[in-house]
Design a protein around this ligand. Sequence first.
Ligand code: NI
Length: 177
Amino acid sequence: MIREVLRMGDPRLLGQARPVAAFGTPELAALLADMRDTMAHLEGAGLAAPQIGVPLQVVIFGVHRNRRYPDVEEVPDTVLVNPEITPLGDELEEGWEGCLSVPGMRGLVPRFRRIRYRGFDADGAPIDRTVEGFHARVVQHECDHLAGILYPMRIRDLAKFGFADVLFPGGGLGPED
Ligand code: NI
């Protein structure tokens, strides 16, 4: 079922999400189905459970090349529960981000270039990946949602925050997550 995505200003986006206690449950399956439906409907790159008002540590993401985004770095479709991120090195990289909770906007956000992330899939099987670049950016963006952080809070130069169609009049703006 497609759910309403909360928009910036809603206090439910600012809370700390709770860990999932049980895997392979009908409740978790139903939450993930709703998250997938909602993300697909909005053509997003990722979605965190708090964005649909569920304060649990669950995120989904995945990015694939298509006609709209022919140059995007691909990210595998992933369900990530109870995630933990470890930065590898202190190198930061600035990149443009959008968010389904901040529709129509883009901002330039610093993120760790390389990270290791760990967590679990929907059945409780462990996930342990070392990634960099756009994949690392998407994971950091989604996991920020679990700590009540929206990407505009991380922008260092607010001159680099604006409406996507004004910033990128020729298109070429990336997907929102
Ligand atoms: Ni987001």
